[in-house]
Design a protein around this ligand. Structure first.
Ligand code: FUB
Length: 307
C-alpha cells in the first residue's frame, strides 16, 4: 500500500500528542475505525465514505486498513474487503471490527442482507484471513447474525468482539437504544448460547470493550447526534456502572464511532470526525488521540487534537 503523506494544514483544537495530527487520512473519507495490534504494528480498520456532498445517507461499499509502527507514518491497505465479498449481502458496508485469534484474523462487519426486511435488513457477517491485510474471504457464506423474524427497530450493526482472559469470546453490537451480546464458540464463527441485552445508559450504537488491569470498559455512542460515553465493570458480562462522557459531540459529524487500544505503552482513542475539508455527517475522517486514565482507573475526557 501507499505511504500516506503528512499534510499538517488544519488548525489545532488542542495540544497535539507526539503523533501525526488529525485527521489521519487526508486523501479519502474514512469512518468507523477499529484498532488491532499485531507484530509491533497498529492496524486501524475503517469503512469508507463515498457520498457526494448532497447525499443524505451513508454511502459505503468497502473497508480499508491503515497501519503504523510509529504513530506518525501510516500505510494504506485496500480496499481489503467489500460488499461484493459477501454473496448474501446487498450493500451498506457499515462499522466493522477485526480481531486476531490463534493466528487468524476475523473481520466482523455490518452489512445489509438481500433477504431480510426487518431491522432495515442489517446483518453481521465475518471474513477471515491468515494475514491482517488479507486476502479476506467470507468465512461462513451466510450471515452470523440475521434475526429474520423479530420485528424490532434495533439494527444489527456495529459488531465488537472481545476474547476474555479465559478464552471465551463475546460479540457486542446493536443500535437505537439496545446493546446486545452473545458468546461465540472457539471457532469464532458460531454463536454459543442466546443473545442477551446489555444495560448501557442512553446507548445508541458502536459498543466497544477493552480491559486494563482488572477493569473492563464498555464505551459506546450515546444519543444522536452522539457523544462517546462509557461504563465499567469487574466482569465482561457486567453489571456495568455508568461513568459519563468520554468524548463530546463533534462539530459537523453526528457519529464518532470509537475504539480503544494499547500500543507501545500508550493508550489511544480512535474515532472519526468530519474535519477534513468537505467533510460532513456522511463524509468522515479517521482520528487518533491519546487516552489517559485517572489514578482510580477512570477515563479522562478526550482532548481532541489536530495537526
Ligand atoms: O458508518 C455507518 C454507521 O454510522 C456505523 O455503523 C455507525 O457506528 C455510525 O458510525
Amino acid at each position: 500500500g501507499a505511504i500516506l503523506p503528512i499534510v499538517p494544514t488544519l488548525e489545532g483544537v488542542g495540544p497535539a500528542y507526539e503523533g501525526r495530527g488529525n485527521p489521519i487520512v487526508t486523501d479519502m473519507f474514512t469512518a468507523d475505525p477499529s484498532p488491532l495490534v499485531h507484530d509491533e504494528t497498529l492496524y486501524v480498520y475503517t469503512g469508507h465514505d463515498i457520498q457526494n456532498e448532497t447525499d443524505t445517507f451513508f454511502k459505503m461499499d468497502d473497508w480499508y486498513a491503515f497501519s503504523t509502527t510509529d504513530m506518525l507514518n501510516y500505510e494504506k491497505h485496500g480496499p481489503l474487503l467489500s460488499v461484493d465479498d459477501f454473496a448474501w449481502a446487498k450493500g451498506d458496508a457499515f462499522a466493522s471490527h477485526c480481531i486476531e485469534r490463534d493466528g487468524k484474523f476475523y473481520w466482523y462487519v455490518s452489512i445489509r442482507h438481500k433477504d431480510i426486511q426487518v431491522h432495515e435488513g442489517f446483518a453481521i457477517g465475518v471474513a477471515v484471513s491468515d494475514s491482517p491485510t488479507g486476502p479476506f474471504r467470507d468465512a461462513i457464506g451466510e450471515a452470523l447474525i440475521t434475526d429474520k423474524t423479530e420485528n424490532s427497530i434495533v439494527l444489527n450493526i456495529d459488531p465488537a468482539v472481545y476474547v476474555d482472559d479465559d478464552g471465551q469470546a463475546y460479540m457486542y453490537w446493536g443500535s437505537w437504544g439496545e446493546c446486545r451480546m452473545v458468546k461465540l464458540k472457539d471457532n469464532m464463527l458460531e454463536l454459543d448460547g442466546s443473545v442477551e441485552t446489555v444495560q448501557a445508559h442512553r446507548f445508541f450504537e458502536a459498543p466497544f470493550i477493552h480491559k486494563r488491569d482488572d477493569l473492563y470498559y464498555l464505551t459506546y455512542a450515546s444519543g444522536y447526534p452522539s457523544t462517546t460515553e462509557y461504563s465499567t465493570s469487574k466482569s465482561v458480562t457486567g453489571p456495568w456502572e455508568y461513568q459519563g462522557v468520554l468524548n463530546e459531540l463533534l462539530p459537523k459529524s453526528e457519529t464518532n464511532h470509537q475504539g480503544i487500544v494499547e500500543f507501545k505503552d500508550n493508550w489511544y482513542f480512535v474515532y472519526h470526525d468530519a474535519s477534513l475539508p468537505g467533510g460532513g455527517v456522511y463524509r468522515r475522517s479517521l482520528c487518533i488521540d491519546k487516552l489517559e486514565y485517572t489514578d482510580d482507573g477512570l477515563l479522562k475526557p478526550i482532548v481532541r487534537t489536530r495537526s
